[in-house]
Design a protein around this ligand. Structure first.
Ligand code: P6P
Length: 341
């Protein structure tokens, strides 16, 4: 009987990955399973948010000075509770909390560092647009049971795993442990994530670019030249389509499956955000690991690989150009001025 790779549960898949790579202790599997459990609950809440009266702002603002949506808070609190219960975390970092989150007394500590954006794209919650949870897993490097800030501020190439949950027309989990990228779709009737996208690879070049064109006037000349290039048919490329959802997880997931490029470059719109809006540790690093593991690329747009950036603070923002390898390279050529109109 031919092996039916589809239909494998994500738990089976994680175990197979871990056994193949010698970590049969089950610690890592337990940690991922707590993430998965939380995502199933978040998915149920997202899918009935309009009915549960859970929509709307809490009136409070988070470290990002954004209106905190109740679902954001719910996802943040649930992830912390489940990850602490795993007994395998040394410290957590969340978009929703200015400081590192210590493991409370009463819970055992472990050797993993979890960084996450509990509900990315939250500004779209009330409009029923796809949103997601992004996670990055590192190993604690400092000695002893107490964490050091350096345990959180590790460059992205040190991630042991990364991925996201996408709460869209269906709920998906996409993750990598450094051996390729796999996608799973939640089968609600059994409450299991089933392998639906084995061995995801991103096309070498696409025909879609994704950026908030409303910021045109605040972009560099090189970047404007790049977009003019994409919007023109030339002998070696078709005219590109522009797609922009405004939820990074959704825009990235489409880029991963269809090819093309997502950009959130630096702009002069907000002096407080000279490096763009997206955060390095729990948005750009995890998605950059997925992109590279799928055969794509992720850079600042100025020749610096996202995964090699040495973080300096927890909520550090970086510009990002991520997607098909040839599209990222071409964007860098225009942004750096090597190519012009
Ligand atoms: P803009 C959502 O709030 C988010 O953090 C990302 O998910 C998304 O890519 C970006 O902001 C959208 O930002 O400035 O285009 O509205």
């Amino acid at each position: 009987m031919t092996e039916n790779k589809l239909g494998i549960t994500v738990t089976n898949h994680i175990l197979m990955q871990q056994q193949r790579h010698g970590d049969a202790t089950g610690v890592f599997t337990r940690l991922l399973n707590e993430l998965i459990f939380a995502a199933k609950i978040i998915s149920a809440e997202v899918n009935r948010a309009g009915l549960a009266g859970i929509l709307g702002a809490t009136g409070r603002s988070n470290v990002q000075d954004e209106i905190v949506r109740k679902l954001d808070e719910f996802a943040h609190d649930l992830l912390i509770e489940r990850l602490c219960r795993s007994s395998h975390c040394a410290v957590l970092g969340s978009e929703e909390d200015a400081d590192p989150i210590e493991i409370p007394r009463g819970y055992n500590k472990g050797n993993y560092v979890l960084l996450f954006d509990p509900l990315d794209g939250s500004s779209n919650i009330d409009a029923n647009v796809s949103i997601g949870t992004i996670f990055s897993i590192l190993r604690k490097e400092s000695p002893g049971s107490d964490y050091q800030m350096s345990d959180l501020l590790q460059p992205g190439y040190k991630q042991v795993a990364a991925g996201y949950f996408l709460y869209g027309s269906s709920t998906m989990m996409v993750y990598t442990t450094g051996n390729g990228v796999s996608g799973f779709t939640l089968e609600p009737s059994v409450g299991e994530f089933l392998l639906s996208h084995p061995d995801i690879t991103i096309p070498e070049r696409g025909k879609i670019f994704s950026a908030n064109m409303g910021y045109w006037d605040y972009w560099s000349q090189g970047l404007q030249d790049y977009f003019r290039h994409l919007r023109r048919t030339t002998p070696d490329k078709p005219v590109y389509s522009c797609r922009y959802i405004g939820s990074m997880v959704a825009d990235f997931h489409r880029t991963l499956l269809y090819g093309g490029v997502f950009l959130y470059p630096k702009d002069t719109k907000d002096p407080k955000k000279p490096h763009g809006k997206l955060r390095l540790l729990y948005e750009c690093n995890p998605l950059a690991m997925v992109a590279e593991q799928a055969g794509g690329a992720a850079s600042t747009g100025e020749g610096q690989r996202i995964l090699e950036i040495q973080p300096e603070e927890l909520h550090q923002r970086v510009p990002i150009v991520i997607g098909s390898k040839l599209d990222v390279q071409e964007a860098e050529q225009f942004i750096s001025g090597q190519r012009a109109q």
